[in-house]
Ligand binder design. Structure first.
Ligand code: MN
Length: 156
């Protein structure tokens, strides 16, 4: 009964991997725009009614720009980058806590020349994300800070 045989503990392994946790594609290719990002489901307990995931984007990678009814609770675990929340772009770094409220446009980008990895807690049962319309995108791009963020060259 050594500690490494304890099924309740999955040891961390180099490169932000965990024992028995599969590193999967972020989403199905072609479903929504994204780049160079992987997904690991760390916890998914029906009694808790939530999931804890680890997402990691390579340098210059980004998550899908989307919004939905369910909220996200994010902890940056690796590296640094920028995130868009609503109409605001901000730098994020290791151990920052990021709250994504319901129905708020959001996107993470690894803009610092290094990978950006984060834990994300979410409802197990959740609504499907909405993608921006051309009009939504035009409105966001009219803001120079957001436009620079989408180009991968944020202003701050
Ligand atoms: Mn989301």
């Amino acid at each position: 009964m050594g500690q490494d045989n304890d099924k309740n503990i999955r040891r961390s392994q180099p490169g932000f991997n965990w024992q028995g946790v599969e590193r999967m594609p972020y989403k199905e290719e072609g479903l929504a725009p994204f780049k160079a990002i992987s997904r690991q489901i760390l916890f998914a307990d029906p009694a808790l009614q939530c999931e804890l995931r680890y997402f990691e984007m390579a340098a210059d990678g980004y998550s899908t720009l989307e919004r939905h009814e369910h909220a996200h609770a994010v902890t940056i675990l690796r590296g640094a980058g920028h995130c868009l929340i609503g109409a605001t772009v901000q730098q994020v770094k290791q151990f920052d806590l990021v709250n994504i409220p319901a129905w708020t446009w959001h996107q993470f980008r690894a803009t610092k020349g290094m990978p950006l990895g984060f834990l994300c807690m979410v409802n197990a049962q959740r609504d499907k994300p909405q993608l921006p319309s051309e009009q939504d995108l035009a409105t966001m791009r009219a803001d120079p800070h957001l436009a620079a963020f989408f180009k991968g060259t944020p202003t701050e």
